[in-house]
Design a binder for this molecule. Structure first.
Ligand SMILES: C[S@@+](CC[C@H](N)C(=O)[O-])C[C@H]1O[C@@H](n2cnc3c(N)ncnc32)[C@H](O)[C@@H]1O
Length: 258
């Protein structure tokens, strides 16, 4: 992240801010309900699940405890969030969190029944390589269940989402839902289902912005300082704008390894 950037990032302050907006354990919108929607029909009960980009652990714990996965392995490139996730994991639950380097996944072929990821792959430039890795580590018949932040079709993307990326301070590599489907197919997945979540998140993000300006304001100003709070509000205004114009369109992909 650029040193002078402001807005969400994955350090202690950034994570505190995201949790205040999105709920304990989560660094992305929708919480347990959105996790359930992404994995619908994947057969999590009894499965060995890999979560790519597990953040502070909310989804992994949900998959283990509420969806009864046999094991959940969460990997993330940030040591800070892996530490936080590990602290949060219930004792005795079969959940582990591991710091990884970006690139090939440190697991043998056919190690998992499900690969899950939520709002992470936007940060990965070489998406085809990452989906090929997801395919490699899945067992035959295994399921891919991914939510991601995607861009809309057409020209309106450029100016608006550039601002959004600049404000966020993170690297974002956005693709369309159709491109995502093509990449997933190109690495070998079948039974591909794509779901646009723009309308849902537009509504959510408007509520998030309203809460940022009201009930969350004093807490965030105290925690982060006025300047950082103001940058966050600008970020969310841009987010809502981008959603309204269809330049930013979160989506889900579900697929099967034959
Ligand atoms: C928006 S957060 C989402 C975290 C979590 N999935 C959630 O929904 O709460 C994105 C996460 O992706 C992680 N990340 C970024 N690039 C990654 C990569 N190449 N491999 C694994 N994790 C990555 C970040 O460190 C961060 O924890």
């Amino acid at each position: 992240m650029p040193e002078d950037a402001e807005g969400p990032s994955y350090n202690a302050d950034g994570v505190a801010q995201l949790e205040a907006i999105w709920g304990e354990g989560f660094m992305s919108p929708g919480g347990a309900d959105e996790v359930a929607r992404i994995v619908a029909g994947a057969g999590i009960a009894g499965a060995d699940v890999l979560e790519i980009g597990s953040g502070i652990g909310g989804a992994a714990i949900e998959l283990a405890i509420e969806h009864h996965a046999r094991s959940v392995t969460g990997v993330d490139v940030e040591a800070y969030v892996v530490e936080r996730a590990t602290e949060r994991a219930p004792v005795g639950a079969n959940i582990r969190f591991i710091v990884i380097e970006p690139g090939p996944l440190p697991f043998a072929d056919e190690s998992f029944d499900v690969v899950f990821s939520k709002d992470v792959i936007i940060h990965v430039a070489d998406k085809k390589a990452l989906y090929a890795e997801a395919y490699r580590v899945l067992r035959p018949g295994g399921r891919l269940c991914v939510g991601d932040w995607l861009r809309g079709e057409g020209d309106i993307f450029d100016a608006l989402v550039e601002t959004f990326i600049t404000n966020s301070g993170e690297e974002f590599y956005m693709q369309t839902l159709a491109d995502l489907g093509s990449i997933v197919a190109s690495v070998g997945f079948s039974d591909i289902e794509l779901e646009d979540r723009r309308d849902w998140y537009l509504d959510e993000a408007q509520h998030e912005l309203a809460r940022l300006r009201s009930s969350l304001r004093d807490h965030l100003v105290e925690r982060l300082g006025q300047q950082s709070y103001d940058a966050t509000v600008v970020f969310w205004e841009t987010l809502v704008d981008a959603l309204q114009q269809g330049a930013f369109r979160p989506g889900h992909v579900r697929a099967r390894k034959p």
